[in-house]
Design a protein around this ligand. Structure first.
Ligand SMILES: Cc1cc2nc3c(=O)[nH]c(=O)nc-3n(C[C@H](O)[C@H](O)[C@H](O)COP(=O)(O)OP(=O)(O)OC[C@H]3O[C@@H](n4cnc5c(N)ncnc54)[C@H](O)[C@@H]3O)c2cc1C
Length: 381
């Protein structure tokens, strides 16, 4: 079978690319078989069922001058074009997505992931895009061919003029992840590890602390240098810490590990949050019992920040994104095609780019899918 534009992986980025490209190209999506066979399933679980799908920072050019985002600057900004703005305009104006902003986060207007999901799937059904159920295992760029296993586990081949690989990372529900497809590309990549996940600590968490929540400021230190701090709610787990602020530190810890750094300390300062503060001299009796007990057992003074030492990340099953993937220096950021292989495009979480919680990850996947879709419309083979 020959597909004009083949998309491997009908997730967030693949779906966007398909919708855009189908205006001018004959598009086929090859999606891994799954229960109830759903495309872009991650939208439904994102943001705890609310799908915070975008962040206002993505629209702001200054964001891309910060260390975390500078690698994607040339993907998002191209001369006068701001792809973050164009992607959001497409979703809102052309597809009719109603959304609202809470702080910097964008949510569907009715606060439900299904609203974004149904919109994209509804558009797909109206389009000419063909969907095939099958798990791709190998790409042969030279022969423009992809091998896959269909639902009956029969090995099949499909040929393409252009191909987008948008198979995402390996977090959450991808226990069966295999590197065979990635390996067949012959590109350099950083093997995936779990990110935006809870972390295990060297300190034991006593039974009375488990499942307790403490609001405050979480600071990450490496070699006594402050790396990141963020206000939030910390959830104590059996063997570590969880919560959005903790999830976000994992991105920084991964980057430091990549630089060869070790020794990460997390400090929880619970003396103020949301503009309110506590004076441990005048308010010593309003501490919750679990905190009072822990301070006593670990010989902390009232008000003294709690210190935890990073031991490990929780496994993929507990992670919202994976850290790692194909290094961006092998990609032409103007088109998202692989350098010197201009029929092969890559987008989304499979690339070595991961960001904190708050709409950045899905937002950039939507954006990259949009960009590839646009490019493919303009391209004549
Ligand atoms: C629990 C959870 C909550 C999240 N919440 C948020 C949030 O609130 N905000 C946010 O911005 N981000 C959130 N994310 C992250 C966001 O969902 C991802 O970054 C985004 O979905 C990545 O899009 P993608 O297209 O790269 O990959 P995916 O959406 O993961 O799509 C990849 C697709 O490829 C398919 N596939 C994989 N391998 C193969 C193969 N070999 N052959 C064929 N098909 C294949 C998969 O089945 C999947 O459909 C969350 C993630 C999780 C797990």
């Amino acid at each position: 079978m020959l597909s004009d534009f083949l998309i491997i992986g009908g997730g967030v980025s693949g779906l966007m690319a398909a919708l855009l490209a189908s205006k001018k190209r004959k598009v086929t999506i090859l999606e891994k078989p799954n229960r109830n066979f759903q495309l872009a399933k991650r939208i439904l679980v994102s943001g705890n069922g609310r799908a915070n799908f975008y962040n206002a920072d993505l629209l702001d050019k200054k964001t891309y001058d910060t260390a975390l985002f500078q690698d994607v600057k040339d993907i998002v900004l191209d001369g006068k074009t701001n792809y973050a703005k164009d992607t959001l305009d497409y979703l809102s104006n052309e597809l009719g997505l109603a959304s609202y902003q809470e702080g910097k986060l964008y949510y569907p207007f009715f606060n439900k992931s299904e609203c974004l999901y149904d919109l994209l799937i509804g558009e797909l059904k109206k389009s000419s895009v063909k969907v095939i159920e099958g798990r791709a295992t190998k790409l042969d760029y030279h022969n423009k061919n992809v091998s896959y296993f269909d639902i009956d586990n029969k090995r099949k081949d499909i040929y393409f003029n252009d191909v987008l690989i948008s198979v995402g990372g390996r977090s959450y529900d991808r226990d069966d992840y295999s590197y065979s497809l990635l390996d067949s590309l012959g590109l350099d990549y950083l093997p995936y590890s779990s990110a935006l996940c809870p972390i295990m600590t060297k300190e034991k968490i006593p039974f009375y602390l488990k499942n307790c929540r403490l609001k405050g400021k979480l600071s990450l230190y490496c070699e006594e240098r402050l790396i990141h701090e963020e206000e939030g709610e910390i959830l104590f787990k059996e063997d570590g810490l969880s919560g959005i602020a903790v999830f976000n530190t994992t991105i920084y810890i991964h980057k430091l590990i990549e630089e060869g750094k070790k020794g990460f300390i997390l400090k929880i300062d619970y003396s103020s949050h949301d503009g309110a503060s506590i004076n441990f001299k005048t308010n010593p009796n309003c501490y919750p019992p679990f905190l009072r007990q822990y301070l006593h057992d670990c010989n902390y003074n009232n008000g003294e920040p709690l210190i935890f030492t990073f031991k490990d990340f929780y496994s993929f099953r507990y992670s919202q994104v994976s850290y790692g993937g194909i290094y961006l220096n092998q990609i032409d950021k103007k088109t998202l095609s692989v350098k010197n292989q201009d029929h092969l495009y890559l987008a989304g979480e499979m690339l070595n780019e991961s960001f904190p919680c708050g709409g950045y990850n899905m937002g950039l996947s939507l954006l990259e899918g949009y960009k590839v879709g646009k490019t493919l419309c303009q391209k004549i083979n």
